[in-house]
Design a protein around this ligand. Structure first.
Ligand code: ASP
Length: 338
């Protein structure tokens, strides 16, 4: 586990923190070109999110813009670069939440919307429901003017190769099936080998953002293509309010990692709850959940980015790295991977 003790404790008057997933390649597999590409895209996401807010936009504008930039890039597992299901199509999930009003919008299992986070915003702002799935969500997208994107837009060779690799691993019995079942969870609790980062590799690149604006509004959002080779309409934590995304009275949180575990532990809401009910700081609450609670089961691999009402920023992960970064009220940007 990386030593996060000595990391700076950032605090902003207003600003934005983002992640691009935890399925970080080992240093020796991350080519300088790919590393530069990640850092460049994280920087662009922060810069555009910051500009949206500095021009008078709200934290909702900042979060949506920052996430859109990563959805439009092929290197993250969201929007354009989404993972493929076992049927060879994309099935994307996204969610968005505003802390002071508890407004929320989420979409799951959609295949033809260029920017799922934008659709989540329409659900939040224009729909009486909180969560829409599949063809219904796509029909709503047409109603609010988001055109259907051709499947070729979502094709990337890297994700296709990931799907073939995941299928080969599954067929050869070399890997755990992509969906962890109860028996597997029990076996691990009884001492079997926990999941490894190799298991995580083909599901990561989820993106997320949390922002605090000048009016003190806290907003969190997350967008993902989910795990490669997923089956049976599998939905992870990312579109599930309280699991993958939460914004409330104390903080905003966006998660990435092994979604089944983030749902079981209600990770995003648990961080807020520990602050509200136990009086913990954001850092202590986040670290208890990510480093202790998720680790109890020895396989809750993942991380979070979060911000509290005072603009304190937290980026915790129990993996070798997490693509991440933040920007302060002056537009100063920091990005990191390991
Ligand atoms: N949490 C996402 C999911 O399970 C994947 C990830 O963040 O890597 O769908």
């Amino acid at each position: 586990m990386p030593d996060q003790k000595n990391e700076l404790l950032p605090q902003v008057k207003w600003g934005l923190v983002i992640h691009g997933g935890v399925g970080v390649l080992p240093r020796h597999e991350l080519t300088p070109e790919l590393e530069a590409d990640y850092l460049r895209t994280l920087t662009a996401s922060l810069s555009e999110g910051y500009q949206a807010m500095s021009r008078g936009g709200t934290a909702v504008d900042g979060v949506v813009k920052a996430i859109e930039v990563m959805e439009d890039s092929v290197i993250f597992n969201a929007g354009r670069g989404s993972n493929f299901t076992s049927d060879g199509v994309v099935s994307m999930d996204a969610s968005l939440m505003v802390g002071d009003t508890l407004e929320a919008g989420a979409v799951a299992g959609i295949s033809d919307v260029r920017n799922p986070i934008r659709l989540a915003r329409h659900v939040m702002e224009e729909c009486p429901h909180v969560m829409l799935v599949g063809s219904g969500a796509e029909a709503f997208a047409r109603e609010v003017g988001l055109e259907a994107e051709d499947s070729t837009y979502f094709f990337t060779q890297r994700r296709w190769d990931d799907l073939q690799a995941a299928k080969a691993r599954e067929a050869g019995g070399e890997a755990r099936p992509n969906t962890v079942d109860v028996e597997d969870a029990r076996a691990i609790a009884a001492g079997a080998e926990p999941l490894t980062e190799e298991d995580l590799k083909h599901r990561s690149g989820t993106v997320g953002a949390v922002a605090l604006d000048r009016e003190g509004r806290l907003v969190a959002g997350t967008s993902t293509g989910g795990s490669a080779n997923k089956k049976w309409g599998r939905i992870g934590d990312s579109p599930v309010i309280a699991a993958g995304t939460y914004a409330g009275s104390h903080c905003g949180v966006s998660c990435t990692g092994w979604g089944e575990y983030f749902i079981r532990h209600a990770v995003a809401h648990d961080i807020q709850a520990r602050m509200a009910y136990m009086g913990l700081s954001l850092r202590d609450a986040a670290r208890q959940v990510v480093m202790e609670k998720l680790e109890e089961h020895r396989k809750g691999l993942g991380g979070v980015v979060a911000m509290d009402r005072e603009g304190k920023i937290e980026m915790s992960f129990n993996t070798r790295g997490m693509y991440r970064g933040w920007v302060d009220e002056e537009g100063q940007i920091r990005v990191a991977i390991f």
